[in-house]
Design a protein around this ligand. Structure first.
Ligand code: 13P
Ligand code: ZN
Length: 270
């Protein structure tokens, strides 16, 4: 069995947290990531002894037996790379679905992120529509956050505006962006609402707070958030100035058709 400290997935995970920290997205303990380990990864590394049990407080039976690498609650993204064993942990979901077992990490007595309901419920929702999904990533990017203070919060309106701020957007997320009303974070309720949106979207916005992105890899989940954040930055740079050279609904349709992506046709006025 190999030492988990050398695992490529752990290295990529901590590089991602450092990268996100340097982008200014994850102040203090802001943001959290969960990564579903594959059966091969579990077999290859020494993670077969239960250290202690951690209750979940909701039903995750659909994930029974699955292993997740997760950021810890109250832990800083900037510290994960130098000290993964304190800031991160690997949990296994017990058969009862309401308890998890700590298999590695959270060495100082810590536990998984307070957003675990939203993470695990989103994993369940995404796996039901895309069995290749592995990553749920939550973060507080500056421009997305700023935009949610001044832009109407609706899936259709938010998606349309973002699609029109960067040519790439409709190609990268033709399925659009889901939005929630402001809700108290960390609760099962916001977890359930996020997961409901995740049945149709890979991106969910929490107004005045941040964003969730998912994917089959860290790159994919990060890339989605990065693309939305860039578009939100363009939106904020334009500000109140009049757009005289817009990307039109017709342009978006032509782009989506040329790149052969299954886009939300009901989000365009065509
Ligand atoms: P945690 O420190 O519990 O992960 O919370 C950070 C956060 O972003 C809450 O939404
Ligand atoms: Zn947050």
């Amino acid at each position: 069995m190999k030492n988990i400290m050398n695992a490529p997935f752990l290295k990529e995970f901590v590089k991602t947290t450092s990268n996100m920290y340097r982008l200014g997205w994850d102040e203090r303990n802001g943001g959290n990531i969960s990564y579903l380990l594959s059966d091969e990864e579990v077999k290859e590394y020494e993670i077969d002894e239960v250290i202690r049990e951690l209750p979940l407080g909701f039903d995750a039976k659909k994930l029974a037996g699955r292993y997740f690498l997760m950021t810890g609650t109250g832990k800083y993204f900037k510290n994960c790379e130098d000290d993964p064993e304190n800031n991160l942990g690997i949990i296994r979901i017990k058969e009862d679905g309401s308890t998890s077992e700590l298999m590695w990490g959270f060495k100082d007595g810590g536990k998984f992120t307070s957003e675990t309901p939203a993470h695990l419920m989103s994993h369940i929702a995404r796996l039901s529509v895309d069995p290749s999904n592995r990553v749920v990533l939550h973060t507080h990017p500056q421009n997305i956050m700023a935009m949610t203070f001044i832009h109407p919060i609706s899936d259709r309106e938010f998606t349309r505006t973002i699609w029109k701020m960067n040519n790439e957007c409709i190609i990268v997320f033709p399925d659009g962006i889901g939005t929630l009303p402001w809700m108290v974070c960390g609760t099962n309720e916001i977890g359930e609402a996020t997961a409901e949106k995740m049945k149709q979207y890979r991106i969910v916005i929490w107004p005045n707070h941040g964003i969730y992105g998912v994917g089959s890899s860290l790159d994919e989940a990060f890339g989605l958030v990065e693309t939305v954040e860039k578009a939100a930055m363009i939106y904020n740079i334009i500000g109140e100035r009049k757009i005289i050279n817009p990307i039109t609904d017709e342009d978006l349709k032509n782009l989506a058709e040329y790149f052969n992506v299954n886009y939300r046709k009901d989000f365009l006025d065509i």
